[in-house]
Design a protein around this ligand. Structure first.
Ligand SMILES: [Fe+2]
Ligand SMILES: [Fe+2]
Length: 142
């Protein structure tokens, strides 16, 4: 379970809000996986949750990358690379589901990877934005 703290703040309210929502949903997935013997409905919900997380993360990544780019944040490239790594976790999970069929172990592994990634990523990469917004705002796009 990830608990939100001020250390996660980027200085951009909208990005922080999106991070909170991503964390809430990763925590929710953890709750679903805590059941040792989930029902069919609980499993279906967890699988849908992954779809939702994937779509929402992509929306967030696109907006955040544009924000970092416009503020010329030095972490911009690293941020893009790390987002791609996150997408890779889901790609890998789906590939395994296709090859060997869905099983709870695959979903648990995916959750663990996402949980570790998001905490580390926000703290080490996304929060680099904090130092950038003290600079003058970027010029409007040409
Ligand atoms: Fe990011
Ligand atoms: Fe982010």
């Amino acid at each position: 379970m990830i608990l939100w703290t001020k250390h996660f703040e980027t200085g951009f309210a909208q990005l922080d809000q999106q991070h909170r929502l991503l964390i809430d949903n990763i925590n929710l997935l953890e709750e679903q996986l805590d059941h040792s013997n989930p029902s069919k409905e609980e499993l279906a919900f967890a699988i849908h949750l992954v779809e939702y997380l994937e779509a929402y993360a992509n929306i967030h990544f696109n907006g955040e990358e544009k924000c970092m780019e416009s503020y010329r944040c030095p972490a911009h490239e690293k941020n893009q690379q790390e987002h791609e790594r996150f997408r890779g976790f889901i790609r890998e999970y789906k590939r395994h589901c296709e090859v060997e069929g869905f099983n709870l172990g695959l979903l648990r592994k995916l959750h663990q990877a996402m949980r570790e990634w998001i905490e580390d990523h926000i703290l080490k990469v996304d929060t680099s934005l904090r130092t950038c917004i003290t600079l003058p705002p970027p010029p409007p796009p040409a």
